[in-house]
Design a protein around this ligand. Sequence first.
Ligand code: THU
Length: 128
Amino acid sequence: MHKNFNILIESSIKAKKSAYAPFSGFRVGAALLTKSNKIYTGCNIEISSLSLTLCAERVAFAKAISEGEKRFTAIAISTNRNKIFYPCGACLQFMAEFSINLKVILIKNKKDIKIFNLKNLLPKKFNL
Ligand code: THU
């Protein structure tokens, strides 16, 4: 495994602590690694008008992109459940805009992780 992935995994677990999830109780943390080796984190943010909710992955991407980043290596995603969860379809499309070869690290717990290439999770992305 890439040497930075352990730090990325720890960062996503830490980012989950900021999750604002009063409606679902499902807390998500994401940590996004740039090609230049910086980490941007995100958490889910739930709004009482539920469709306004932001997923952790897109929050991490928005933070990074708004700081001028465009090239990414990997994203680690953790939740407060002891199970692997796959990113939602909207996040797959959002992430694929920037790096279809992104490594997606899904964390059940520190000892049990799965790594996918984004293009295998979203084999056909929408393209304009
Ligand atoms: N959620 C994420 O943060 N990422 C995903 O990929 C799927 C879902 C959040 C949104 C909402 O706050 C909660 O999980 C339940 O859907």
